[in-house]
Design a protein around this ligand. Structure first.
Ligand code: MN
Length: 715
């Protein structure tokens, strides 16, 4: 096990500016925090974070990453809190430790969450700072190295599969090949022990019969290159059991046919020498067709650069040769980390800039993914960028579209949670419900049984579910309010005609009025689609409503007529004569409201209120917009619009309609604009004879106890 001073010295050897004190304090803190905890192997637990830190020094990561590695399990596995970490080690380390902790918690989630592809996206999304991911990969590597100490075979298998499906591809994606190879080979032994055993056995056999062939090939390649004046360092290695297994899977070939089991690396001083060396090999040995690849002129998306070729080399062995410069070699081995080192060396950026550079580079790499070989194709990347991943207080994962708010989160958890949501704590702080959530946010929804959804939520929610639930709720609520109002109007109408109102009587004329339920009739009356007299007339056909058409019209017919009448009674200026006019169902424009017309071919003009959200969908078609306005003719029925604030209690809407009715006003429309625990805000259009009539109604309303305030609303 590496010692404290060795670790510090190693970091200082490649990062002379590293904070020595920070490393020492992190070392001691972690050791104390883990105390007497032990690993499955029986080793003290602290050996684990220390090894993880050691792995990262080989990748030459900065001091903050090493300190994070030392501390990475303290929050998850000891009494240590994140606040403590921040107090002792500062914001940066706390943020990194928090990132690693969150990734560790993900591993504890249900298997569904872990569906490999989603999980990889999630891990990436969570690793806003690439160092979080690097610490996590090193953590995983050490856990794989010590996997055999875990007794439960099911657990071993699960961890190995996860490594193969999630972490190895991530390491590859970041171009850290040695890490990818190690992870894969360790997982392979666990998952396919038989395959691993037979491949290893075969390799041993070939190695023995070959009798030091690798060494002889290396010597000959060196000599051939030196003769051509190229100074090269050559190393050879067998391909890993796992990569051979993969090849056998892909190409459906037996092991006997798998000839190029050896790969040789030829490292030469510069790019020119790479192509020279290639020329030497191709002229000296036969080239295997179809194996040449120039990743120098066309680097892989993860920045990997090398020349690859297959030759029938020394000893008539079929071999693969990779030719590269030392820099390319480091990038191939250490991926993003090395890439950064090289760039960093020349520019000497501040730590701040360095972090963003890392992140930018990762995103850049991800952005340029191409081909089916890459696990994150572009389309999937877009999916990942479209999502935001948050947690419930219990640590369960909730995936939402980007831009989602606590209200979306609440509805995602449960419809009732959404409907009763009054506030949200994001990472422990009370935040407005319209706040956009960020990756890794922990969201706690505050609910109240008396709370109901607010129509204003619709403006900022992004999920279909939230939107649908809010709309459904408001529609039902409105229907109920209209029904309540309608019922009281009907009671009065029946009484005036000398009858007692009963639901049964209404049930008898449902067919006649083409309504499905008694409550629909109530709502229609409340909404002004039917008058009380018309319902009475339907039940008692002998009755003639004064001044009204004696004909009973169906509910649907009445609705159409009401629309038409509204259109005729309140004409609109700015239209071409004879043009059909519709009032939009989305915003129900009312006289006095600022309006615009949208021309639809074959349908005429649809009138919307100027603030209607539907208009957004026409924003790119200015030719369809018509400037229109209400023109109210003095000779016609005057519609006064009132803004009423009324107590939210049973019967209050009934009192409202009674007062207006007693004052001989006719409610032509009613809209609840805001609903709180205590009060409703209502806009009422009342048909009146003149302004005095309206003033009388306002006075009568102000005298009513349940009514809080009444104002004339002017468009
Ligand atoms: Mn760990």
């Amino acid at each position: 096990m590496i010692r404290q001073y060795e670790l510090v010295e190693r970091v200082k050897s490649y990062d002379p500016n590293a904070d020595e004190d920070l490393l020492n304090r992190a070392y001691v803190f972690s050791m104390k925090a883990h105390g007497s905890q032990a690993r499955a192997s029986g080793d003290p637990y602290f050996s684990h974070p220390l090894q993880v830190a050691e792995i990262l020094t080989r990748m030459k990561l900065d001091g903050a990453s090493i300190a994070t590695a030392l501390l990475h399990d303290t929050v998850e596995d000891t009494d240590t809190t994140l606040e403590q970490i921040e107090k002792l080690f500062g914001k940066e380390i706390a943020r990194l430790v928090d990132g690693v902790t969150k990734l560790s918690r993900l591993e504890l989630q249900s298997d569904q969450t872990k569906h490999a592809e989603n999980f990889r996206k999630l891990v990436l999304a969570m690793s806003a700072d690439i160092r979080v991911l690097l610490v996590k990969l090193a953590d995983r590597l050490h856990n794989m190295q010590t996997l055999h100490h875990i007794e439960d075979p099911e657990k071993r298998r699960r961890v190995a599969l996860e490594t193969l499906e999630i972490y190895a591809p991530l390491a590859e994606r970041m171009g850290i090949h040695h890490l990818k190879d190690d992870l894969e080979n360790l997982a392979f032994v666990e998952i396919y022990p038989d395959a691993d055993a037979s491949i290893t056995k075969r390799l041993t056999f070939l190695r023995e019969t070959g009798g030091g062939v690798v060494g002889r090939v290396i010597d000959e390649l060196k000599k051939v290159l030196l003769d051509a004046g190229i100074e090269a360092s050559v190393s050879g290695r067998e391909k890993s059991p796992y990569s051979m297994w993969r090849k056998m899977q892909r190409k459906n070939i037996a092991f006997e046919q798998l000839s190029d089991i050896m790969a040789f690396r030829i490292v030469v001083p510069d790019i020119g020498a790479c192509y020279q060396a290639l020329g030497v090999l191709h002229s000296k040995y036969s080239m295997v067709p179809g194996r040449f690849k120039d990743y120098i002129s066309t680097p892989k998306p993860n920045n990997y650069r090398s020349l690859h070729t297959g030759i029938i080399g020394p000893e008539r062995q079929r071999i693969e040769a990779q030719i590269r410069t030392p820099e390319m070699h480091d990038v191939a081995e250490y991926g993003v980390a090395a890439h950064w080192q090289y760039k960093q060396g020349s520019s000497g950026m501040a730590l701040e800039g360095r972090q963003y550079r890392w992140l930018r580079e990762l995103l850049d790499i991800l952005d340029h993914a191409a081909g089916p070989e890459e696990f994150l194709e572009h389309t999937k990347l877009e999916m990942f960028q479209d999502q935001v991943f948050c947690f419930t207080p219990k640590g369960e994962l909730v995936a939402l579209p980007r831009g989602a708010t606590p209200v979306d989160f609440a509805y995602n958890v449960h419809t009732q949670v959404g409907n009763r949501c009054v506030g949200a704590k994001i990472n422990g702080r009370l935040m407005p419900l319209r706040t956009q959530l960020a990756n890794g946010d922990q969201v706690e929804i505050v609910t109240s049984k008396t709370q109901t959804p607010s129509p204003t939520w619709e403006r900022f929610v992004v999920t279909g579910k939230a939107r649908a639930c809010i709309r459904r709720f408001i529609r039902t609520q409105q229907h109920e309010q209209y029904a309540e109002l309608g019922r009281s109007i009907l009671h009065k109408a029946f009484r005036q005609a000398g009858y007692d109102y009963t639901d049964k009587a209404i049930a008898g004329v449902l067919k006649k009025l083409k309504a499905a339920e008694v409550e629909d009739i109530h709502a229609a009356v409340g909404e002004g689609m039917l008058t009380g007299h018309e319902v009475v007339a339907a039940v008692y056909p002998a009755i003639r409503a004064p001044g009204r058409s004696p004909k009973v019209v169906s509910l649907e017919g009445r609705r159409l007529r009401a629309k038409k009448e509204r259109g005729l009674a309140v004409p609109i200026t700015g239209l071409i004569p004879g043009m059909a006019v519709h009032f939009a169902g989305c915003c129900h424009p009312l006289p006095g409201e600022r309006i615009v017309g949208i021309v639809s071919t074959g349908k005429g003009v649809t009138i919307h209120t100027i603030d209607c959200e539907t208009l957004d969908s026409f924003s790119d078609q200015p030719e369809r917009w018509l400037d229109v306005s209400w023109s109210i003719d003095d000779d016609q029925n005057y519609v006064g619009r009132l803004h009423v604030v009324i107590a939210n209690e049973p019967g209050s809407l009934g009192s409202l309609s009674t007062v207006i009715g007693r004052s001989e006003g006719n409610i032509s429309n009613l809209k609840i604009t805001n609903r709180s625990v205590d009060f409703f805000d209502i806009l009422i259009d009342v048909q009146v004879k003149d302004v005095r009539h309206l003033t009388n109604i306002i006075a009568a309303l102000r005298a009513t106890p349940v009514i809080n305030s009444v104002e004339r609303q002017r468009g």
